[in-house]
Design a protein around this ligand. Structure first.
Ligand SMILES: [Fe+2]
Length: 153
C-alpha cells in the first residue's frame, strides 16, 4: 500500500515530466531549425514519466517503495505552475528562440539544484535505480541545454 504522500509525490513527478515533454514539443514545432534538439528532449521526458509510473508498482506489490525524505511538495507545485505558465506563453508565441533555450536551461537546472530526484530513499530493489537514472538523465539534459546556449551567446 502506498501512503497518500507517496502517491502525491509520484503524481507530481509524473506531471512534471509530462509538462516538460509538452513544452519541448511546442518548441520543436516553433523552432524547426532545432527540431531534433527539442524532440529528443521531449521523447526523453515521456520515457521518464513512464519510469516514474513504475513507482506505482509498490502499490500493487504491497511494498513501501520509498520514504519521503526532504521532498517539498510546495516547491514542486511552484515548478509545475511555472511550467504551465511557460507552456501558455509558448502557445501564444510569446517566446523567441533565445528565451526558449534559456527556459529549457532553467527548468533542467532547477531540478538538479533542488535535488528533486535525490530526496527519496527507495527501499524496493527493482525500483531503486529509477531516481538515479532520472538524476543522471536530467544532468545530461542540462549539459545539452548549456551547449545549445553557448551557441547563442
Ligand atoms: Fe529533462
Amino acid at each position: 500500500m502506498l501512503e497518500d504522500y507517496q502517491k502525491k509525490i509520484i503524481d507530481l513527478l509524473c506531471k512534471q515530466e509530462l509538462l516538460l515533454a509538452k513544452l519541448y514539443e511546442i518548441f520543436a514545432d516553433q523552432f524547426p531549425e532545432h527540431k531534433d534538439f527539442w524532440q529528443d528532449l521531449a521523447k526523453d521526458e515521456q520515457q521518464h514519466a513512464g519510469w516514474i509510473k513504475k513507482l506505482y508498482l509498490a502499490e500493487e506489490e504491497d511494498l513501501v517503495a520509498f520514504s519521503e525524505g526532504k521532498f517539498n511538495p510546495s516547491a514542486m507545485n511552484i515548478y509545475i505552475e511555472n511550467l504551465e505558465k511557460t507552456i501558455r506563453r509558448a502557445e501564444n508565441k510569446e517566446i523567441n528562440l533565445k528565451m526558449a533555450i534559456a527556459s529549457t536551461l532553467d527548468f533542467e537546472r532547477s531540478l538538479i539544484e533542488k535535488n528533486v530526484f535525490s530526496h527519496f530513499e527507495i527501499i524496493d530493489e527493482k525500483l531503486s535505480g529509477i531516481m538515479t537514472k532520472l538524476e543522471s538523465e536530467t544532468r545530461r539534459h542540462l549539459k545539452k541545454a548549456e551547449d545549445m546556449m553557448t551557441r547563442f551567446r
